[in-house]
Design a protein around this ligand. Structure first.
Ligand code: HEM
Length: 415
């Protein structure tokens, strides 16, 4: 693919849309996938890829699919068997809540839901604020720092660490494990990444097994937000998770909230510097923070591509999807759909309503969406409030991924 451009001619757009392949994307696409996504929405909206899978690009088609969990399922056992064989990655990804259908999905989700209730989150907010203040104190001392490494990634890591009751001094490997395990979901996977992903699952499982054992030995005295402890205490309840389900869903919880929240904080701040009028408006009117965060989620959706499998022959707005078709759900693409969002390529921090799909839709809507929003609002709100002179000292460095809008670093200063 040539360098991304908003000025591609109609013929160029057509060529890009017809030749689109998630296995051979290049750096330009990773940097800025949105011109290619626009070309696909226009010229090949239900895009059959060379490996026989489909990329779904338009907002209205995503809504149709995500709402219909009977015909578009999330169970990936058949597809992941081809990709991962009988491996630790296969065991992990096929046991986690997001890649299961009812009734298993319903049972797992019901056990998790209470931890993300408005009450649970209201008790958590002061903890998030105090933690963010502490991080900002350290940034103030450093003056020059990396927004991801020194700030954004510490917050979800420590919150989910609290949720799982992981002692503070043992949290360092968790973020790397998360990246390696989720990285294996990329459309193209190298032998080395596959091995690293399997090792990460094994190490994470062994670590959690020991932690669960220690919690079994000391039931009762739990931190309010200790999900792992509560699930261990609930082992005798009807509908409880098996030990394997418990392990893999704790791993999933850590992974689900880690890179997504981190990348949105960094991408959100970067978007503000790219749209200085929005930054200036948000500084002047901090009450716009909630709508601003939703707009950042739309513009730079952390999970850019989800997946579903079509289990019947289906007519998607005139496009035939055969039974068994594997679908890439273009969340990041649909959130830029100009037929649904006015001025889709700009950051309108007052956009309301903003029915973006960054947290998906239907039965798999992100269980942690309120927690993610809370973390991002506190992090970005306090960062801007504390540092009126905050400014980038270099470009944001992107991670080599298509499925996640991931970030390697973003150098900034407050002098
Ligand atoms: C900005 C932050 C976040 C974004 C953008 C995000 C995005 C998503 C998306 C798109 C899905 C659905 C995938 C699908 O439909 O196939 C999902 C599912 C999920 N997310 Fe999040 N997520 C975020 C933060 C979190 C946090 C903080 C947690 C909890 C610690 C979390 C826990 C979950 C869980 C448990 C599911 C599975 C829900 C189910 O299958 O029923 N997420 N997330």
């Amino acid at each position: 693919m040539t360098q991304p451009s908003w000025n591609w001619s109609d013929a160029e757009q057509r060529e890009i849309a017809l030749g689109f392949d998630l296995e051979t994307f290049d750096e330009g696409f990773i940097e800025n996938p949105y011109p290619a996504y626009r070309a696909i929405r226009r010229h090949n909206p239900v895009c059959r890829l060379p490996d026989g899978t489909y990329f779904i690009s338009r907002y209205r088609d995503l809504v149709t699919i995500l709402r219909d969990a009977d015909r578009f399922i999330s169970d990936k056992r058949v597809d992941f068997k081809k990709k991962f064989g009988e491996s630790a990655l296969f065991e992990h990804h096929t046991t986690s809540v997001v890649f299961n259908d009812p009734p298993l999905h319903t049972r797992m989700r019901a056990l998790m839901t209470p931890f993300f209730s408005p009450h649970a989150l209201s008790t958590l907010k002061p903890r998030v604020e105090t933690f963010v203040e502490g991080l900002l104190d350290r940034l103030e001392e450093k003056r020059r720092f990396d927004l991801k490494l020194d700030f954004a990634q510490a917050l979800p890591l420590n919150l989910v660490g609290d949720m799982l009751g992981v002692p503070v001094e043992e949290r360092t490997p968790l973020a790397d494990w998360a990246v390696l395990i989720l990285g294996a979901l990329e459309p193209s996977l190298t032998e080395e990444d596959f091995k690293k992903g399997c090792d990460a699952v094994d190490e994470f499982k062994a670590y959690l097994q020991a932690l669960i054992e220690s919690k079994r030995l000391s039931p009762g005295s739990r931190d309010d937000f200790d999900i792992l402890g509560a699930l261990v205490d609930a082992e005798t309840l009807e509908g409880k998770l098996s030990e394997l389900e418990l392990l893999h869903n704790c791993i999933f919880l850590l992974n689900a909230g880690q890179d997504t929240t981190t990348s949105l904080i960094v991408n959100g701040v970067e978007a503000l510097f790219r749209f200085p009028e929005a930054l200036e408006k948000l500084r002047r009117r901090p009450e716009l923070l909630a709508t601003a965060v939703d707009e950042m989620l739309r513009l730079e959706s952390p999970l850019q591509i989800g997946n579903r499998k079509c289990v019947v022959d289906f007519d998607l707005d005139g496009h035939k999807l055969p039974e068994g078709a594997f679908l890439h759900i273009g969340i990041g693409c649909a959130n830029h759909d100009e037929s649904y969002f006015d001025n889709a390529e700009s950051l309108d921090i007052e956009r309301y309503p903003n029915k973006h799909l960054a947290f998906s839709k239907g039965i798999h809507t992100c269980a942690g969406n309120a927690l993610g929003r809370l973390e991002i609002e506190v992090a970005i709100g306090k960062l801007l409030e504390r540092f009126p002179n905050l400014h980038p000292t270099g470009n944001l460095v992107r991670g080599p991924r298509a499925r996640f809008r991931s970030v390697m670093g973003y150098p900034m200063a407050i002098d």
